[in-house]
Design a protein around this ligand. Structure first.
Ligand code: KG4
Ligand code: ZN
Length: 331
């Protein structure tokens, strides 16, 4: 069978990325232009600045992605682009660029849901992984527990009722003075601390999550006692949020009787979470999958991977494709 090459385009937040992926599984290139340094001074992503940066770099990133993959647009079978969820101005840059490219080349256009893209990041690292499986998506904007029934069918089992887990990591980092983006910094500092501080964990009857309570508790403790041991606070925070993730995942594994789970999204880079999920998998006698670190945070290879599965499922977008900032998974 002829190889299928997908050009993926991602611009939903603060990374401009273009990638070429073969047959949904093999990364030929994955160029990521991160704006972290630019947003750092504001303590978080400034949407207007993000859109402008995407506009400035997207064409160069695309050319570099083709060059690295050693292909031209003539070799590409379809263009896959993130339609949402994300920042509307940022998404529009990628969507408009993809539409222009599709119009100019005549290549088919495929829309990709960013969260489904995060799940597909696992297909690139684990060639043996096939649905059905359960996936926990933990990122800066999302916390979802999803039943991945097939490459194109998703059922949300639980989600956060307030903050995303990555938002809580970033806020904790900010209040203890670690800067932005906070997740990796909390991860590192926690290694020097003891999880000795009691923090509230929230559970619901169903499989939903909540991280605003623990976030506020960390802010208050830090306010009350500025000399509190920051490493202990980070370690305690990580332990408590991991407990919340594990409780719901265990409930879902038992309810659905699955033997494999995948974790995806920026927070799945966290070393403590990975260690605890490895132990959990051993205890439950199931297999756990994580994408390699660069495929956890936002990148276009994961969009091209999901784009491939949408493409072979005959999903096509027209030139009136619009960005949808609040796009839900499975839509
Ligand atoms: O998936 P992603 O790049 O963007 C969204 O789609 O939201 O995730 C970014 C999030 C940020 O909140 C960042 O702090 C977090 O992932 N993150 C981490 C780690 N590396 C990145 N959180 C905890 N531990 C890490 N090592
Ligand atoms: Zn993301």
């Amino acid at each position: 069978m002829k190889d299928i090459l997908i050009l993926g385009i991602e611009s939903s937040c603060d990374e401009t990325s273009v990638s070429v992926v073969k047959n949904g599984r093999e990364v030929l290139s994955n160029v990521i232009n991160s704006q972290i340094k630019i947003h750092e001074e504001y303590g978080g992503v400034v949407p207007e600045i993000a859109s402008r940066c995407h506009t400035e770099v997207i064409n160069g990133v695309m050319k570099e992605a083709l060059k690295e993959a050693n292909v031209t647009l003539n070799d590409i079978d379809a263009i896959a682009v993130t339609q949402g969820p994300g920042l509307v101005g940022a998404l529009l840059v990628g969507v408009s660029y993809a539409k222009g490219l599709s119009f100019a080349t005549g290549l088919p256009l495929v829309a990709v849901n960013h969260i489904e893209g995060h799940i597909a990041g696992n297909y690139l690292t684990h060639k043996d992984l096939e649905p059905p499986f359960l996936c926990l998506i933990v990122s800066g904007g999302h916390t979802h527990l999803v039943n991945v029934k097939s490459y194109n069918e998703f059922e949300i089992l639980g989600k956060t009722r307030d903050d995303a887990i990555g938002e809580a990591f970033d806020k904790v980092a900010r209040v203890v003075g670690l800067g932005y983006p906070g997740g990796p910094k909390v991860d590192n500092l926690a290694k020097e601390g003891e999880a000795s501080i009691k923090l509230p964990v929230t559970h619901f009857e169903n499989l939903d999550f909540s991280f605003s309570g623990i976030k506020t508790a960390v802010i208050n403790l830090n306010h009350k006692d500025l000399s509190i041991n920051k490493a202990d606070l980070c370690a305690s925070f990580q332990k408590a949020v991991t407990e919340m993730l594990l409780t719901n995942t265990e409930k879902a594994v038992k309810e659905f009787g699955v033997n494999k789970i995948a974790i995806a999204g920026g927070v799945s880079r966290n070393s403590y979470i990975r260690k605890e999920f490895d132990k959990f998998a051993e205890k439950m006698n199931i297999k756990v999958y994580y994408p390699e670190p660069v495929l956890c945070t936002d990148n276009a290879a994961m969009i091209a991977a999901q784009g491939y599965y949408n493409y072979i499922n005959n999903e096509r977008a027209e030139l009136n494709l619009n960005a949808i900032p609040s796009l839900k998974i499975g839509e």
